[in-house]
Structures are given as C-alpha cells and as structure tokens.
Ligand binder design. Structure first.
Ligand SMILES: [Zn+2]
Length: 406
C-alpha cells in the first residue's frame, strides 16, 4: 500500500481529506470458501482534494498488481447495456477520426467488448491489457492484445513495431491508473499528427449529485472533472477539445484530447466548464457537504434494512459488484442481514463477497428461491434489472442518493 500526501498530478504538497469509508478490502477480491478464515487484506479508503489542480483522488492506494492480476474477476461483456454502449462508441470513433490503414489502440481492453467492433480489415487494431485472464478472453475472440501496463516504454516499442496511432482510447481505465503521468507520456510518443486520445470515466458531478459514494474504491484512484483534467493535460501541451456526458457506470464523461492546436475546441467544453463552476467542484466545501450526505445515506440504509428484517422479511443482494463491496462494508451489512448475493458472472458464483463474506449464488437460485427484498448493488443497471426481474415479485432497495424501495 502507498500513502501519498502529495497530489499525484501537480505535486501540490498536501491533499485535503474529506471522506473516509473505513478499512476496506479490495472491492473485486471475491474469496474462495477455503480462504474466508484467512486474514484478508484491507486498507483505509479515504479520499482527498487538491486545492491547486482540483483533482479528487484516493489518499491510500493498493499496489496495482494486487488488483489487476490473473484473478481479475471483472469481465465487461456481461451486460447488454455495455455491449450497446461500446458498439456506439466504436462506430463514433471510426466515423469521426479513422481512415483506412490507421492504427487504433485501446488501453485496458478487458475482454475485447469494444475492440471487437472495429473493422480489422480496414484498421490495424489492438489492445493493451494488464490482466492476463481477461486479455486471454479477448485473444480468444481473435483480437491482438499485449499483456502489459501502458507506459512510455511500451509506447516506444509499439511505435517501432507498428508505427504511430491515430486513435488511442480507453473506457473506465484512466481513472484507475495512479501513474497517469506515465500513460500520457506514452500517449505523447504514440500519437501521430492530428491523433486523438479519447477516454471516459465516472464523472465527479454525477458522483456528487447521485451521492454515489460506492464509486469510491481501490481501483478508482482519480475522480475526474474537466477542470482538473484541463489543468493536468496543459502540462503536456495537450487540450481537451470536446466532451460528452454518458449515462454508463452511473454517469460518466467522455473526453477528447489532442496536441495543442490540432483541433478546434468545441462548445461542449465551455458548457461543461460553466456547469462545473456553477456546481463549485473547485471548492473544498462541496466535498465536505458530499461526505455529510454519504453519512446520511448509510444511516437511512441501515434503518431501512432493520425495519424490513424486523417484519420478518428475507433480504438478499443483487449483483456482486465492486460498488456493492463498498456499500456492504461501509454500512456494516453482513451475512446475517443478506442471505446471499445473486450474480450472473459464472466466475463469481460459489465465491464469497470481500470483507463481509456473503455467499455469491447464481441468478437461477435467485429465481428459484426469491427473497422479499433485494438490495440493488448495481444501481447503475437499475432500469435493465427491474425490467428483467419484473416477474419475480421481489422488491428492490436502492441505497443512493438515499435508501428507498423502488
Ligand atoms: Zn494537484
């Protein structure tokens, strides 16, 4: 574990802590039965704000090899919503930026959910992915994947072997990378003339407005705003020339970045900057206020669960997500409160949730033995899940912004 006092992006001497969610396991480290008696790795999950560059970031971080290794359990291709989203994203990049023969690189391609959409007859397409098992899933789809972390050294190697890239893109990856400087140094080396870097990650405005404290976990080192990213990229002679809000992952922002002067800056950038300014994302009290709301949300969820339990109702969790790990641990929800957590990821079934050790079962079991209530631990898929489970008769509890039955 590393503890930083300094801002990772601008070097400002001290980060101002505004929230701690307590001692937390690695959010995606689901356990085998034989390991639940062993000591589980935990670290203090606390978040700070940089007064200088305005970047919100974790204070303590976990070594990346502990999170993204050959046991990484998150496969992107389990959701129809995400499949559709990435098809649109790849079509858009193709239409807007690509010409025949161009090199396209995805940083953190996971199982290839997006990469597979590009026309490999026309473009030279490949991914970089540090987790061996998900990279293997991408290769099994016939995709080219380098198993590694992306940095300047790797970028130089790629330039030597394949030339420079027109589009480098990422989705839900950049905010994970503590060594963001190293990634951008690599991007600078690898981008050709009028090349673009496009990436999207959970957006700070959505996190604050939805009170989505469960976006805070070990993998998410940074909580981006346009304001903070503009400050960061200016160090590299780079400009954010367009941005688009996305509904995925509970509300994200997609950023388009180029070398200074390569593209005209779109109106979307000033609109988003104005919105961030109005919402005061550059001020510390905004985050103190968020922390107060998070405490209130916890209190309400615990009260609601106690009430439902006192009525003799059965409760389970729905979706063994990283977000869920945060909610359960922060709110102290144990296997005494939830009978099980159902999920549709085959590799998670039969395992136990990090920290609270609640058994993970298949959706089949959920349907055969439905509870009265289920906490929706993937609230970002609420619409998709409610539709899918409308026949089950189960009532869903959502914990954000404040606990309620939906
Ligand atoms: Zn800073």
């Amino acid at each position: 574990m590393t503890n930083v006092c300094k801002c990772r992006l601008c070097g400002e001497e001290s980060l101002k802590e505004f929230i701690t969610l307590g001692m937390m396991p690695i959010a995606n480290a689901f356990l085998k039965k034989e390991n639940i008696e062993n000591d589980e790795y935990k670290f203090e999950l606390n978040v700070g704000f940089c007064e200088n560059c305005k970047m919100v970031q974790l204070i303590d971080t976990v070594d990346k090899t502990m999170m993204f290794n050959d046991n990484y359990a998150y496969f992107s291709s389990v959701s129809k919503t995400m499949e559709d989203h990435f098809k649109k994203y790849s079509d858009l990049l193709t239409e807007r930026f690509l010409e025949d023969g161009d090199l396209v690189i995805e940083i953190g391609c996971n199982d290839g959910i997006m990469l597979k959409n590009f026309d490999r007859g026309k473009f030279n397409v490949f991914g970089v992915e540090p987790s061996d098992n998900v990279a293997e899933a991408a290769r099994n789809r016939g995709l080219n994947v380098i198993t590694n972390f992306f940095d300047q050294k790797l970028a130089e190697k790629i330039v030597n072997e394949k030339g420079k890239a027109k589009v480098i893109y990422a989705a839900n990856v950049m905010c994970h990378i503590e060594a963001f400087h190293e990634v951008v140094k690599g991007v600078k080396v690898l981008l050709k003339d009028k090349g673009v870097l496009v990436f999207e990650d959970p957006y700070i405005i959505d996190i604050i407005e939805k009170n989505a404290y469960d976006q805070i976990y070990d993998e998410h080192v940074f909580y981006f705003s346009l304001t903070s990213l503009k400050n960061f990229f200016s160090q590299y002679g780079m400009t954010i020339f367009d941005c688009e809000r996305q509904t995925t992952h509970g509300g994200s922002m997609r950023y388009y970045v180029c070398n200074d002067g390569d593209y005209e800056i779109k109106n979307s950038v000033s609109v988003a900057m104005k919105n961030e300014s109005e919402k005061k994302i550059y001020k510390f009290p905004t985050y103190e206020n968020f922390a107060e709301n998070v405490k209130k949300s916890k209190k309400m969820l615990v009260e609601l669960l106690n009430k439902v339990k006192s009525e003799g109702r059965r409760i389970t969790g729905y979706a063994a997500s990283s977000k869920g790990t945060i909610v359960l641990n922060y709110c102290g929800i144990t296997a005494k409160d939830l009978e099980y957590i159902s999920d549709n990821t085959p590799t998670k079934i039969g395992l136990y949730s990090p920290g609270m050790h609640i058994p993970i079962v298949s959706e089949k079991e959920f349907h055969e033995n439905p509870p009265d209530y289920a906490i929706l631990l993937a609230w970002n898929y609420a619409k998709e899940i409610k539709e899918k489970e409308k026949e089950s008769g189960v009532k869903f509890i959502v914990h954000i912004p404040f606990a309620r039955v939906i």
